[in-house]
Design a protein around this ligand. Structure first.
Ligand SMILES: [Fe+2]
Ligand SMILES: [Fe+2]
Length: 375
């Protein structure tokens, strides 16, 4: 695409977004832009500032900052109810019954939830601070913090950016990472580990205290969370190496590689815990079934719960030997793909049109980035 026409389209969208965003989000946003580096972004501003960074690098970091802000928001909701509320990760006061249901998957779940939440805070804060240190515009999604969260005892009750109470959780990563012959970068698709989670809308946190019983209903909610944790983190595990291929500055590459590795560490942990989710049918929703993944018709290498390290598979060319790798890592449309993935999961149910327009533009700008010297 011609870069000039692309920029003029973006400028038009940006102006429309800023106008609509302010209307949608009300007085709280007046005088503040959603991209800011000290000074607010004004409607007449030509385009986002990249400061000393290559333009594509700034766009990639801004999309990642947005993704990290959204990750933080969802992890905070989990931590308020099922993690450890302390001065490292403040907010909420815990739901003892939900926490206990999560601990069925692993006695250390609360600590892991707390640590994953803290990690996302630092990713978000670091990337925005780095952008600002280079004179580039940063990302602020606070005007979109409008969604109601859980009213269960233990929730802070503050408005949210993301929805965790109507999730459609894609669990095909389970079989994707167990396949020895297929790779999504070759167009392959993979069966679900928990087919009923991939359809319908399911709570991953207690929506209110009414969800605290019967106990198998609450366990189904905790199981949903257990799979959702890994679904989110495998997304980050692919997103960073996918976008790293478009980075120009070695320092930005260092940032993307270093943060991306921690997403893989999160995913690996959650992959292990999801396999401990007890088989059950939700007594409040008989369509939601957590199968025994080690028994027929599941079982075998494609489902076995302790196969949590990536099986080697095809990579780059089928003529090359199989390799244990993160997948997918195709770079084309990676940011837009990540946004579509999060949207399809229901994470943004009830978000505004301005929210989607803003996120889509950040994603498109990141996907338009090219390594310097490459076209
Ligand atoms: Fe992160
Ligand atoms: Fe993460």
């Amino acid at each position: 695409m011609n870069s000039v026409s692309r920029e003029s389209k973006n400028n038009k969208n940006r102006r429309e977004f800023l106008k609509n965003g302010m209307v949608a989000a009300g007085a709280a946003t007046l005088g503040t832009g959603l991209l800011a580096s000290g000074a607010p972004v004004l409607a007449e501003q030509e385009k986002e500032r990249s400061g000393k960074l290559p333009r594509g690098d700034a766009a990639i970091l801004r999309f990642l900052a947005a993704a990290e802000i959204l990750e933080t928001d969802l992890w905070v909701q989990y931590n308020e109810l099922g993690g450890i509320q302390d001065n490292e990760v403040p907010g909420g006061s815990g739901s003892p019954l939900y926490t206990a249901a999560l601990q069925v998957l692993d006695g250390d779940m609360s600590q892991y939830i707390h640590d994953n939440t803290e990690d996302e805070f630092t990713h978000e804060t670091f990337i925005n601070a780095y952008l600002a240190s280079k004179g580039a515009d940063i990302v602020d999604l606070e005007p979109f913090r409008t969604l109601p969260g859980s009213t269960a005892t233990g929730s802070s009750g503050k408005p949210r950016l993301t929805n965790l109470m109507k999730l459609t959780v894609d669990t095909s990563w389970w079989t994707r990472y167990r396949s020895r012959t297929q790779n999504p970068d070759f167009g392959d698709t993979f069966p679900q580990a928990v087919p009923s989670l991939a359809v319908g809308q399911h709570p991953a946190i207690p929506r209110s205290d009414a969800d605290l019983s019967p106990s198998n209903h609450l366990q189904a909610i905790a199981n949903t969370a257990g799979f959702h944790f890994a679904t989110i983190e495998q997304g980050g595990t692919s997103l960073y190496p996918s976008l790293a291929q478009r980075v120009s500055s070695s320092e930005v590459l260092q940032i993307v590689l270093s943060i991306g590795g921690t997403e893989a560490m999160h995913f690996q942990t959650w992959h292990d815990k999801a396999g401990n989710a007890p088989p059950l049918t939700d007594p409040s929703d008989s369509t939601l079934v957590f199968p025994d993944l080690n028994a027929s018709p599941f079982g075998g290498e494609d489902f076995q719960t302790n196969l949590i390290m990536p099986e080697p598979t095809i990579f780059l060319s089928k003529s090359l030997p199989a390799c244990s790798i993160i997948r997918p890592t195709n770079t084309t449309g990676a940011a837009t793909g990540a946004l579509n993935f999060l949207t399809a999961m229901g994470l943004f149910i009830r978000q505004s049109g301005a929210f989607f327009a803003f996120l889509r533009e950040l994603a498109e700008d990141a996907d338009a980035a090219r390594r310097e010297g490459e076209r």
